[in-house]
Design a protein. Structure first.
Length: 102
């Protein structure tokens, strides 16, 4: 059974941007793509722990600001030779409000 947490209204997340959420000691970043899709992953690149919330969003990827690794927002998998990954979280939008499942 999913534990859904209300995050924010979708209009508060800029297109091709993000919002950082801290839950306990975990930083999660919620992204909105150009087509208004919502994704959430740990706010840490698996390579050198760059803050993904500071990265550039393009299509359904975010580019880490430290070493330009592209992270697939649908899977959390880095597009590198080792396919390292960051944790991905399930999201949903209901009546304009973004929810995150832990």
């Amino acid at each position: 059974m999913a534990n859904w947490i209300k995050i924010t209204e979708i209009k508060n997340i800029p297109s091709m941007g993000s919002r950082k959420v801290v839950i306990g000691d975990v930083e999660i970043v919620v992204f909105k793509t150009k087509d208004d899709s919502i994704f959430a992953v740990n706010n840490e690149c698996p390579h050198k722990q760059g803050k993904l919330s500071e990265g550039l969003v393009h299509e359904k990827f975010v580019t880490c600001p430290l070493h330009n690794w592209d992270i697939d927002l649908e899977t959390g998998i880095a597009q590198d030779e080792n396919n390292e990954c960051t944790k991905k979280y399930e999201t949903k939008v209901e009546e304009g409000v973004v929810y995150l499942s832990l």
